[in-house]
Design a protein around this ligand. Structure first.
Ligand code: UVW
Length: 311
């Protein structure tokens, strides 16, 4: 069975046609001049935070289809001109899944009932060559930048990490924003901290990091829609709650489906929010300029990203 109220939610939240029949950017359309100027206005201290994981063989993947990045050196001490061997360059190659570590999900990443965001027929749009529609390159132009709002749910609950079976509700989101003294506005990018990334960054337990984990309940998609949020990111693997019940239902990854397929809302995963969250707790300011441009991988289902938060 599909989760309770899923079909009703999907119909209510669906943004198909809202930004035109050819739109492939979804809720990023909420980011206009007003949202960007609000982002600039949130820069007050000149403090910069990197929210990305490193891309290397020690990444968060425990094995399987998604593996950690492999980097090969293809040129080392190669002379630019053989006549002057002391003037040289070095080059390298990376082989990695686009979903290996900190990443954006493109709108074509998941779908159900044969349709992608904006009513695209999945059989026509998705091929072995990738996403002919709803590829990540459409999120890359002009890019993803807006005001970021950190929602530090773990700290709000007085915990280092939320319990792995905890689904973050609409009430939680509202209560946490009130406590933090922040109001999410149209075009903002919301970053939710669960503390789950510590399973990788502190425990180095890749299996547990990829396993059951706290995250947003699929009901929270309604909040994302009502607030006109441009994109949602989190410090876990899937942004949403991963539990046996949801994964065993007829609509696994229900929040993904509502966001990517029905709303057209990109999801940012494995954002390391630890240092940023500590700083926000210290100065009581939870907003910042977020610059998180995906790579313009043509027809890509996702992209690695090195997100930056400037306070
Ligand atoms: C899937 O696992 C399908 O998606 P994600 O990596 O976006 O959580």
């Amino acid at each position: 069975m599909r989760p309770a109220n899923f079909d009703h939610l999907a119909e209510t939240l669906r943004n198909w046609g809202r930004w035109g029949v050819y739109d492939q950017r979804g809720t990023l359309n909420h980011i206009g001049p007003e949202a960007l100027m609000r982002a600039v206005g949130s820069v007050q201290m000149g403090k910069l935070f990197n929210l990305g994981l490193n891309f290397d063989k020690n990444g968060p993947q425990p094995g399987g289809g998604r593996f950690n990045p492999k980097v090969y050196v293809t040129d080392l001490f190669t002379p630019l001109n053989p006549a002057y061997p002391n003037v040289v360059y070095s080059d390298d190659v990376i082989h990695m899944p686009l979903q290996a570590a900190t990443q954006w999900d493109a709108l074509g990443h998941v779908h159900y009932d044969g349709m992608l965001y904006n009513g695209c027929n999945a059989r026509e749009c998705l091929t072995e060559k990738g996403a002919a529609k709803m590829g990540v390159e459409h999120l890359a132009t002009p890019g993803i930048m807006s005001r970021g709002v950190l929602i530090d749910m773990a700290r709000f609950k007085g915990l280092e990490r939320l319990p792995t079976d905890y689904g973050i509700t609409v009430d939680d989101l509202n209560a946490c924003c009130t406590r933090q003294g922040v109001e999410v506005q149209p075009g903002d990018i919301v970053l939710v901290r669960t503390g789950h990334i510590q399973a990788f960054t502190i425990d180095q337990d890749r299996q547990r990091f990829m396993g059951m984990q706290a995250g947003l309940s699929y009901h929270a998609a309604e909040w994302v829609h009502d607030k006109s949020v441009a994109a949602v990111c989190a410090d876990n693997v899937a942004v949403e709650l991963l539990d046996a019940e949801g994964l065993g239902s007829a609509m696994p990854l229900a929040f993904h489906m509502l966001c990517l397929r029905d709303m057209g809302c990109p999801l940012g995963e494995m954002f390391n929010l630890e240092a940023l969250a500590a700083d926000c707790a210290a100065d009581g300011r939870y907003t910042f300029l977020l610059a998180a441009p995906p790579l313009a991988v043509t027809n890509g289902f996702g992209s690695p990203v090195n997100p930056l938060a400037l306070k």
